[in-house]
Design a protein around this ligand. Sequence first.
Ligand code: AQP
Length: 346
Amino acid sequence: RQRVFSGVQPTGALHLGNYLGAIRQWVTHQDLFENWFCVVDLHAITVPHDAQRLAEDTMNTAAMYLACGIDPRRCKIFVQSHVPAHAEMAWLLNCLTPMSWLEKMTQFKDKRAKLEDAQSIYVGLFTYPVLMAADILLYRAERVPVGEDQRQHLELARDVARSFNHLYGKRIKRQRQPPVFREPEALAWDESSGVARVMSLTDGTSKMSKSAASDMSRINLLDDADTVRSKIKRCKTDAGRELVFDDPDRPECTNLLNVYRALTGSRPKAEIEDVLRQSGGWAAFKPLLAEAIVTELAPIQRRYREVLADRGELQRILRDGAEAAAEIANETLRRARGAMGFMERV
Ligand code: AQP
């Protein structure tokens, strides 16, 4: 089975975008791949963070993986900073990644634009894609499920792997050993199991995000039924009467229909448009959408409470995951250090 690596940052409560854009797809792929799911806490500190919350958010994110259906008997779940090889490998890769590559990253440009205070635009945010490359390359992962927003970062990871193998791989090649890094490939987006990009409820042109200032812009996976109903009731719509997919002038309409479709069996778009045409516009659609969300979230929330009620078990799963991860990661790191010419530890 091919190896898959993926992760979510513990930067706050997970939302419907993280679920439909990532975690739900991980769940459907559990038996197809050898999966490594990480809570990427080192990434979470690339923007100003609350030290009082980081450990709790990390635990909660791992709990949410389990609540959404990730099965620790079939996948490994671990915390990034519990495997120190991630930070060390990131440093090695930082020292061969041209700055010009990072200057092209659109996510950095976007995040920088949002951080008003220049003092809080950290070097770590700039080199975030290098840490992500280290995460993936350490496990010699073959596939990486990426949302649209992460595609450019995956390309960079491929470039870094190629560059390393080219610069430092000659001796390894002579010894007839496999290259230190494998070039990872994107895991093609499976339309039937999610939405590539869930957009904000208050602006259909920006993505739903944990760090957006307004809580009204997202559905958190832990929002109770009344909160979901009220957010959907008040979310941004337009004056269009017919509800149709993919009209470029109606991003909010497309977004809400995409979410509805993903939660109700991914029927053909035309079929959903037909049903909605007969039932009568926004006023009839919004309650349907709210109920579809409430129905999906209810079992997740129940399981989440169960998982957190047994923290000892969650810690055991994370310890087991980190031990297994370190075994692979340390071996790749050892080979990378050797290829770069470091003196062996004495
Ligand atoms: N709106 C989204 N639609 C689809 N997929 C999404 N993902 C995030 N938002 C959406 C996917 O979730 C995974 C984990 O993302 P992350 O938490 O590591 O970082 P992010 O993409 O930066 O997510 P947020 O919510 O916007 O976090 P903040 O606000 O902290 O930056 C990824 O696979 C991502 O594609």
